[in-house]
Structure formats: C-alpha cells, structure tokens
Design a protein around this ligand. Structure first.
Ligand code: PAF
Length: 283
C-alpha cells in the first residue's frame, strides 16, 4: 500500500492509473479503522480497479474542540489494519494540505442537514461537505463509499454530489454491527466496559420502535423508545425520529419507506444509530 500526503503526489498516481484504464474507488475516513471501514474498502475493491482510503481527522466538522482533541489518532495501527486488504493507496494529508493558510471556502447543504444531528452540531455538516468535496475532487474517484450508519451524512453527501454535478457515484453501505447489535463506530473506543455493556440498548430500542410503527402506531410511540434508552443508562437522548428514507422529511406514520434514527449520550461518547423501516407489504 502506497502513501501520499500531498495532492500532487496523489494526482501523479491517479493519472498513472487512469492512463492504464483503471477505475478508482475512494473510502474517506478519519482513521481509528474498524470492521465497518473495512466493509467499505471491500465494497470499493469489488466495484473499482483501484482503491484509495483517505485518513484525515477533519477539524472543520468538530463543533466542540474537546471532541476533536479526544478523537483517536491511530495512523500506524490503521496502516496495519489495512495491510491485508489490498488497498492501493492511503491518502493521509496533514491539515495544512487540506486547509492551507487563507482557506476561505465552505460547502453548505441545506434541507437534509436540518434537524437530527444538524440541530445539535452546528457547522458539522458544512465541515463534512467541505472536506468530502475536496477529497472527491482531489482523488477524481469514480465511486465513493460511505456507511449508512451516518445516514444523515450520507444523505447530505448524495445531495451535494448531485447539486454540484460531481462525476462520482456515491455508494451507501450497510452498517456493520457487533453481535449484540451495537453499530461499529470509532467512538465506541471512548466507552468504559460498563458503558459498552449499556450501549446496545440504542439499537434494541430502535428495533422495538420499528415493530410498533409497523403495527400501525404513530410516532408518539418513539417517546417510549427514548425512555428505554435513558433507562438503560444513557445520560441524554438527543433524538429518536422517523424520517423519509430519501429526503429525510419528518414523518408521523409509517406510510412509505423510512429511516428510524437516534442519537444519545453515554459517558463522553455521543452514539448514533438508524435502521430502515418499511410499511408492511413493502418488501
Ligand atoms: O464519516 C466520517 O468518518 C467522516 O465524516 C468523513 C466522511 C470521512 C469526512 O471527514
């Protein structure tokens, strides 16, 4: 696996691959890689001839400086994790390559970024859209792979790529879970053993609420899901909401394909999760 830290080095390699007629997939990450990231890399390897994994802890998407400081930085172990997976290139630029002095551009996606995590993390999705648009332009990839675990992020990136006519296919990949249902996340590393034991309650509550919605209850039943999450030991529940699967518009009843999304705080971590919910007879 090669490493590039500057845009000219990255582009030199990409040009050589293009000359050889290869298609290119990119998996943007902030490192602290786990099986969820590896599933994205595997999807890219299947779809494209060459795979680039990017590793950049993007300061612009952290609205809380303490959260940015706490974020795990594990390039050496990430490199070891990726070694057996046939990745062609690790693009790991330093902050001054991504945001040189004088950097003054912001990409802002409205609509799908409103509410949910957007309500609680001002500027977060602007930071994501800005860095992802740069990574897509820098790599010139044909396909870019993102996890459905960050469903609102995926919706924002799809919208941005469509609106800016970026010549890239945005591919959403299923959430990877531990056997007890906890969605894999770099933030799980922040959980103490006791918190880790409570954490699967988030997914359990979503699955139970999905059953109630499918049985015809309206979204009033989501208050019970929030109460279950709190009772399991989470210190705060930011939201449990039913949204349209495509445009993330709020829904009162399960009358079309939807996504049930939640965010809650456990110790120093804020965990998010979501599942697909379809009205009965929709499969
Ligand atoms: O999902 C992430 O890890 C990040 O938000 C991303 C897409 C790599 C942008 O920094």
């Amino acid at each position: 696996m090669l490493t590039a830290r500057t845009v000219p080095d990255l582009r030199r390699l990409v040009r050589a691959w293009r000359r050889a007629g290869s298609s290119i997939g990119v998996v943007p990450t902030m490192g602290a890689l786990h099986a969820g990231h590896l599933s994205l890399a595997a999807a890219s390897r299947k779809r494209a001839d060459r795979t680039i994994v990017t590793l950049f802890v993007n300061p612009k998407q952290f609205n809380d400086p303490a959260d940015l400081d706490r974020y795990p930085r594990t390039e050496e172990s990430d490199r070891e994790t990726l070694a057996p997976y046939g990745i062609d290139l690790l693009f790991a630029p330093p902050p001054e390559v991504m945001y040189p002095a004088g950097f003054a551009t912001n990409i802002s996606v409205s609509g799908v970024t409103e509410g949910l995590c957007g309500a609680d993390r001002p500027g977060h999705f602007d930071g994501v859209a800005t860095v992802v648009s740069k990574l897509l332009i820098q790599t010139g990839a044909d396909f870019a792979f993102f996890g459905e675990k960050d469903y609102q992020q995926l919706a924002a990136i799809r919208r941005m790529a469509r609106d800016l006519d970026l010549p890239v296919g945005i591919v959403g990949c299923p959430t990877v879970r531990d056997p007890d249902g906890l969605a894999l996340s770099s933030r799980n590393a922040l959980l103490s053993p006791e918190e880790r034991a409570c954490a699967p309650a988030l997914h359990r509550a979503l699955v139970m609420a999905a059953g109630r919605l499918r049985n015809g209850e309206d979204t009033a039943c989501l208050a019970a899901a929030a109460a279950e999450i709190a009772a399991a030991g989470f210190s705060a529940v930011d939201y449990v909401e039913l949204r349209d699967a495509e445009d993330l518009a709020p829904m009162q009843r399960l009358d079309r394909p939807a996504r049930l999304l939640a965010a809650a705080r456990l110790g120093s971590a804020r965990l998010i999760d979501n599942i697909a919910v379809e009205p009965a007879g929709c499969d």
